[in-house]
Every structure is written in structure tokens, then in C-alpha cells.
Design a protein around this ligand. Sequence first.
Ligand SMILES: [Zn+2]
Length: 142
Amino acid sequence: MKLTPHFTLAELTHSQTAARLGIDNTPAPEMVDALRKTAELLERVRALLGKPILVSSGYRSPLVNRAVGGAASSAHMLGCAADFSCPGFGSPLEICRAIASSDISFDQLIHEYRAWAHIAWAPLPRRQVLTIDKAGTRAGLE
Ligand SMILES: [Zn+2]
């Protein structure tokens, strides 16, 4: 099912970990509206970056979230977040910097482990910009 011109429901629910462990990662029907908004957010990011985006993790069922070591309150479980890269544009840090300095609305933008960008929306977006790595979580991009 296409959620937006460039993003499908399958893409936003695929999980390598779920496939490997045989965990069902099918979202509840009411989750699809949230995933559509996530896809709309990714469309804005794609337009900003001007290159295709590779989503590595969107929706996570509670079991999948636990299996990947996600935060207990992860926005991925609500269908409101996506982890992605955009090799045609640049590194995850360059991607995060471009989004942070754009007028795209988001709740959290996180540069995670120097390996991918995490973006999430919320009804009342906080526009938090964070870095997470082995040393912990801190404000700003580095
Ligand atoms: Zn994430």
C-alpha cells in the first residue's frame, strides 16, 4: 500500500530483526494513519535532500522494539518515527544538519551512533535535536 508518492506501508513496517526472529510486525489498522503522517514527514525530508531516502526502521511492535533495544517509550511503537539514511546526499550528520536548519516541523531529530538519522513527529512538536552514541544522549548535533 502506498502511503505517499515515495513511501509504502511495507517499507515503513519492514524489520530485519522481526524477519530474523520470526516476530509479527504488522501494525494495528489505527497505526496506519500515524505511519502516513510519518511518510508525509519523510516526503518533506526527501524534497529537502533531493535524493531517495532509505528507511531502516519505521513501525516497531513492542516485541520488535524490545528485540532491537529501543527506548521503552520509543516513538517507533506509535508509528511516529523513522530511522533512515540518504547516501546520495551525505552522512547522517550532514542530513541531520540540513533538516535542523530547514523549516521542516519535527518532534525529535536524532543523530544516532553516527550511522543513521531518526526523525519523529508529534501533535505538539518540541523540535528537539539530539545526538545519541555510546557515550550517551546530549543536545545538539555532533
Ligand atoms: Zn529511531
